[in-house]
Write a protein that binds this ligand. Structure first.
Ligand code: COA
Length: 379
């Protein structure tokens, strides 16, 4: 590959949508700490007898120091600030109504299509990438396809926090192969449903948001689109570091509780940090080297948004010096970790002012492990 290699496809539109409710660290920790006090009171005898470990409280200061997250958008706050519930209240909808995740996708799609100057009827492929899918079938993407009046075909993909970069690569490949002319990527990350709000180590991590991209042939893309020069994916099995075991076989194991903690998001955060940083550094450097590009020639890195210190370290190791906020923007302070949507939201929020010819790289890393990157150039 040379610096001029291209997929011949471009991102012509992008859009972000999030629910209106904001959950501040202070509110989150107040509810968590009330849950802890009640749980410890319920287990007071066992704690006194030394047979039960008391739960420890959480602090907003720790959350900011450990993650950089200040607040997050959430679908429902009532269940999250209720110490007896500690789970969002999201009602099942009748099958004849638009599903909530499809609604998230449509909300972001409208913004992206408008920016691309397209309408739903012009879309001929919908790829829905998400770390959590609310049902097994029919594919959510087909519901989105119907809701926006799109033609062609649609499918869902699952790849943890690299689902969105993976979906974008598949959309780009379909356009490149001529299978689609106007592909829509939708990433409806309603993550608050998968979290264990009773676990001190991770109760602060995620937030809800949706992002969408429009991918079209570069030759006909409007000025200021982002040409996708090349894409890269990698995966490496890691059994215990980031995982959620919920699935359709849940009811089949006679010895497993429906709500047991392994059926919620769980991770070994420290280990993830240590293992992912060198993997992401090498992955990004390899992708740039394949184009004979030096890291400093890339004006902006839209990195996966899980942890601020992790992003700063990856960017520093790639560049050989600390990155500025302009080189590696952070959106997790406002959104929390939005799983696979993070790097695309960072892109959507922080690309408009870059000059024609600028290089940018979108890169994700997460459960699997899975990694994805797209090298872009402004048209
Ligand atoms: N409030 C107060 N203290 C807390 C706490 C909380 N909510 N949660 C943990 N602590 C304490 C721990 O008990 C520990 O105390 P100790 O040192 O006395 O044992 C200390 O704070 C450090 O805990 P640790 O879990 O090691 O914190 P950390 O600095 O590694 O940060 C993560 C935790 C999860 C934020 C961080 O490791 C991370 O983001 N890793 C990457 C995860 C990732 O990218 N995942 C991808 C998901 S898509």
């Amino acid at each position: 590959m040379s610096a001029r290699t291209t997929t011949g496809t471009s991102i012509t539109g992008h859009g972000v949508w999030h629910p209106a409710n904001v959950l501040e660290n202070s509110e989150l920790c107040a509810a968590f700490n009330e849950f802890v006090r009640r749980d410890n009171a319920r287990n007071a005898d066992a704690i006194a007898a030394g047979t039960h470990e008391p739960l420890k409280e959480s602090t907003p200061e720790f959350v900011v120091k450990a993650s950089g997250i200040l607040r997050r958008y959430v679908e429902d706050k009532t269940g999250l600030v209720d110490p007896e519930r500690m789970c969002p209240n999201i009602r099942d909808r009748p099958e004849t109504e638009l599903s909530i995740q499809a609604e998230y996708a449509v909300n972001a799609a409208k913004v992206a299509l408008e920016r691309a100057g397209r309408v739903g009827e012009e879309v001929d492929l919908v790829v829905l990438g998400c770390s959590n899918l609310q049902r097994l079938y029919p594919a959510l993407a087909i519901e989105v396809q119907d809701a926006i009046g799109a033609r062609g075909y649609a499918f869902d993909i699952s790849l943890g926090c690299s689902a969105a970069t993976g979906a974008t690569q598949l959309a780009s490949q379909a356009v490149r192969l001529g299978q689609a002319k106007c592909a829509l990527v939708v990433v409806p990350e309603l993550t608050t449903g998968h979290m264990n709000w009773r676990e001190r180590d991770s109760h602060f991590i995620f937030g809800d948001a949706s992002v969408a991209l429009v991918v079209e042939p570069a030759a006909t893309a409007k000025a200021s689109s982002w040409e996708i020069l090349s894409t890269q994916m990698a995966s490496k099995w890691s059994a215990t570091t980031i995982r959620n075991n919920r699935g359709y076989l849940d009811r089949c194991d006679p010895d497993t509780e429906r709500d047991e903690v392994s059926k919620l998001f769980h991770q070994q955060g420290r280990r993830v940090f240590k293992e992912v940083v060198p993997m992401a550094e090498k992955f990004i450097k390899d992708h740039l080297a394949a184009h004979d590009l030096q890291p400093a020639q890339v004006t902006r890195y839209w990195l996966h948004q899980a942890n601020q210190a992790m992003n700063e370290l990856i960017a520093k190791r790639v560049l050989g010096r600390a990155a500025t906020r302009s080189e590696a923007p952070i959106i997790l302070d406002e959104f929390g970790n939005t799983a696979s949507a993070g790097s695309l939201i960072a892109f959507s929020r922080h690309n408009e002012e870059l000059a024609a010819g600028s290089y940018g790289m979108m890169a994700s890393f997460g459960a699997g492990y899975s990694l994805g990157s797209l090298l872009l150039q402004r048209q």
